[in-house]
Design a protein. Structure first.
Length: 367
């Protein structure tokens, strides 16, 4: 019997597949031929080309700029754009291209707020190669952005990046303390948890429980958040007239975008032998997982008797961590709430650096 005829592939899908295959021949940000040139080359209508290029922009392969053309985007991907545009405009949320419970929680809250306030939401990931350059191109391609929320990777934010954000002309809120805000920068704000308060509570909580040897295991890139946290820790020691040697802090850190767990493992393994701490402070779950693996593998350490402080929730997994940690953190939703208040004009203070208080959540272990 004759085989069934193969189903015809629609012209716009053929063109889409062809164009995506050709993008490797272009540099990031390089301009594509015009719609008319593409239509003539592929013997297809300009209307179909227009439809395909709009779909590719929606999916993050290109950026279209009125009067300038269509440009290839390699590094960054606009992973979701709410196509429902209202007179109230949209919020652009940008963050690094890796999974983090912190990012996920903040993005989830941003979606909730955007929906409740009838705003569109542009959800955007950047990579280590292009960072904020393609973000600028995305910004230029839209005319409905009311404000930008940026969750930067660990490490300092350059002055040039701050000036770029300020040039957008709308409120840009950095959820990080790692930037300097000169007086001539008017549109950039910083909202983050109070790292000095975290450090103070970390050490005070452990001192109140009788610990005299405390190790702070932090492997991510050195930045302002670490400086503030250590400042708070040392203030807690000074308030009790205790020497700085009561607290051990790391000298090694990974570079931005590098995984931290392996270094946390190495640091903890070394500290357990040289310092013999009775309590460990971790900034995040990856550090805690790497560090506690070192503790459980050490033949001279009773890992179960260690007191563990964790400074960030992680999908609720901290409830099943052993030994159960003392969780000291802020509500991540409060950070995003404050960012939206700034963008929507509900924030009345002239202070452009806003701190969110932290809390002790000690329901997982007995004193």
């Amino acid at each position: 019997m004759p085989s069934a005829p193969k189903p015809r592939i629609p012209l716009h899908l053929k063109l889409r597949k062809t164009l995506i295959a050709q993008f490797d021949q272009y540099s990031d940000g390089e301009r594509l031929p015009t719609e008319m040139e593409i239509a003539e080359k592929h013997k297809i209508s300009r209307l179909t080309v227009h439809k395909v290029l709009n779909e590719l922009q929606r999916d993050g392969y290109v950026i279209r700029q009125a009067g300038r053309g269509t440009f290839v985007r390699h590094g960054d991907r606009q992973v979701h754009t709410d196509e429902i545009r209202t007179s109230k405009g949209s919020i652009l949320v940008a963050y690094p291209d890796w999974f983090s419970f912190d990012f996920w929680s903040k993005l989830r809250r941003a979606r909730q707020l955007a929906h409740s306030k009838s705003l569109g939401l542009v959800d955007y990931m950047f990579t280590s190669e292009t960072m904020y350059e393609s973000l600028q191109k995305l910004w230029e391609s839209r005319d409905d952005i009311r404000g930008v929320i940026i969750i930067p990777p660990a490490g300092p934010i350059s002055d040039d990046a701050v000036k770029l954000f300020d040039s957008f002309g709308v409120p840009v809120v950095l959820l990080s303390p790692n930037a300097k805000l000169p007086k001539d920068v008017k549109n950039v704000y910083m909202v983050n948890q109070d790292y000095g308060q975290i450090g103070y509570i970390d050490v005070s909580t452990l001192l109140d429980r009788g610990h005299e040897k405390i190790a702070y295991i932090a492997s991510e890139p050195w930045d302002e958040s670490y400086r503030l946290q250590l400042e708070g820790m040392r203030k807690a020691l000074a308030d009790r007239d205790l020497p700085r040697k009561t607290l051990w802090s790391p000298k090694r850190h990974v570079k931005p975008w590098e995984p931290a767990s392996n270094l946390a493992y190495e640091i903890t393994k070394d500290v357990l032998v040289k310092v013999e701490p009775t309590a460990l402070i971790f900034d995040n779950m990856p550090d805690a997982m790497g560090g506690m693996r070192a503790a459980w593998e050490s033949p001279d350490v009773d890992a179960e008797k260690l007191t563990v402080v964790l400074n960030a929730p992680w999908l609720g997994l901290e409830k099943y961590f052993w030994p159960p940690p003392i969780l000291i953190a802020c509500e991540l939703s409060e950070i995003v709430d404050q960012a939206f208040a700034i963008i929507l004009g509900e924030y009345k203070s002239t202070d452009r650096k806003i701190l969110v208080n932290v809390r002790v959540k000690d329901g997982f272990r007995n004193p």
